[in-house]
Design a protein. Sequence first.
Length: 570
Amino acid sequence: MEILLNLRQVMFISLYLCACVAMCESFLYSVPEEKKSGSLVANVLKDLRMDAKELSARRARLVSKSSKQYFQLDPHSGDVTVKDKIDRESLCGQNEPCVLLSEIVLEKPLQLHRIEVQVEDVNDNSPKFSKNQFLLEIPEQTPVDIRFPLERAEDSDKGKNAVQNYTLSPNEHFRLDVQSHSDGSKHAELVLEKPLDREENPQISLILSAVDGGIPKRTGTAQIIIDVLDNNDNLPQFPQLEYKVKLKENSPLDTLVTKVEATDRDFGSNAHITYYFSQVSENVLRLFKLNKHIGELTVTGTIDYEESSNYVMKIRATDGGGLSAHCKVIVEIEDENDNAPEITITSITSPLPEDSSPDTVVALFSVTDVDSGDSGRTACTTEVNLPFVLKPTENNYYQLVTQQPLDREKASEYNITITATDRGSPRLTSTRILHVEVSDVNDNPPVFEKPFYEMQLRENNIPGLLIGFVHAVDLDTAQNAKVTYSLLPGKVNDGPTSSYISINSETGNLYAIRSLDYEEVQDFQVTVRAVDSGSPPLSSEVPIRVQVVDENDNAPFILYPLQNGTSPLD
Ligand SMILES: *[C@@H]1O[C@H](CO)[C@@H](O)[C@H](O)[C@H]1NC(C)=O
Ligand SMILES: *[C@@H]1O[C@H](CO)[C@@H](O)[C@H](O)[C@H]1NC(C)=O
Ligand SMILES: *[C@@H]1O[C@H](CO)[C@@H](O)[C@H](O)[C@H]1NC(C)=O
């Protein structure tokens, strides 16, 4: 700079020598800007080659060429001093050099000396950006080495005091490349060194500093805010690939089964997720509904454990950019005790002979319950104090067997209530009534109403007279209770019984066969047998005594003296 000034000084002097008529010499001085009033710029005595006395005698004056007088001359000392503080930037702006012209006027003889004062720049201005903050939008995954030119900082100072360099706050993505131009100005470019990832860091804030070359250096800063623009570079993600949930059967409509939720690290529509069923069966579509916006899975049909104990469905989450992820939802249906046990009769023996031996199988049936777990576990009972008992066999089969001898004559039929109960909560029960008839066996003989009969018959009866009747009762039924009567063979007065008396086999009525004579037969005894029609038949017998009652059918007979020669007894 000094070399430059000296060259210029020489140039000006020579120019002056050519053009000067009245003026003899031209002096060049310099002063830094911003000096306060009274600061010394130069002493002109030496340059004018005269002493102070002569200077004042010749009434030396300093006259400014511009409207404003920046300097003053002390004629007694020859000192040129600053009169008014000078701001180089307002005076000359960008022009360089900044020179103020004055003349020293001397009288006797009149002499003009040109004074040039170069106002030197002082680093009194900092570099300045047009804004405090610059916004850059850079898509994520922009390739490295891409450059982003930055705005220059301005510095009113000149030369060395102007912007010399730019620096950037430390960061991992960008470096700064400072470019120099032929006019000495510089500008900086951001160079991407490491790819941006919006999901990691959506916004980056950097401080750009412009540094000038003054002593001391002055800096100006601006903030650079980089908004990283989203690319759909992330798939939606489910926090878990498999959701296992339990659902009670018969859950009411709109019951929330589960909520799947995928996240997407991208931004905006790239992160907007919609949920869909993916490859699911018709049953799933019939029973479940998926809210596509919020991923809630709800019930829309009747959930029946007995129809299916679990449902598997795939759900797809798709973001606004078309990227998808899948998850699996496994819904396990929990059984409710909604089915009562069912009694199925396999066989039944009815009528059942009353002489069946103990352990005879009366009925075979099974109990089933389609529910699972305790709800499907069953127990079976029947009434106590029956001659039957339940015998469980394998696979929920039961036998109803006789436990005690049966007696049709006491109970001819049974209504046996079978009760099956499961162990669910609440317990469910079902009943079946087995109607068992007991069939008759000829196990009862006819029994006469009396242990023996006595009948009376007046003598001289007419033959065929009804003497009386016998009656036997048989507790059995039908043929087994059909009784027929007969007389057992016997003798009355050497004659066969049958010649005296007969019996109606069906009614048991007894008739006299002939007229009886008391004087001949006073009484006699017969035996009647009652036989039922069973097989084999059973019978019983009863004795009957028939008394012949005397009638006055003979005149008195004098035994002595004999009325005639015949004796009553011969
Ligand atoms: C500009 O600043 C950078 C960082 O401080 C430094 O490495 C570089 O040497 C400087 N350039 C000049 C020309 O001073
Ligand atoms: C058994 O049930 C039948 C039909 O309901 C009824 O007619 C009969 O009287 C019942 N028998 C007994 C012994 O309860
Ligand atoms: C004697 O008595 C019997 C019996 O009554 C009679 O039959 C008979 O004729 C009598 N004889 C005479 C001789 O009277």
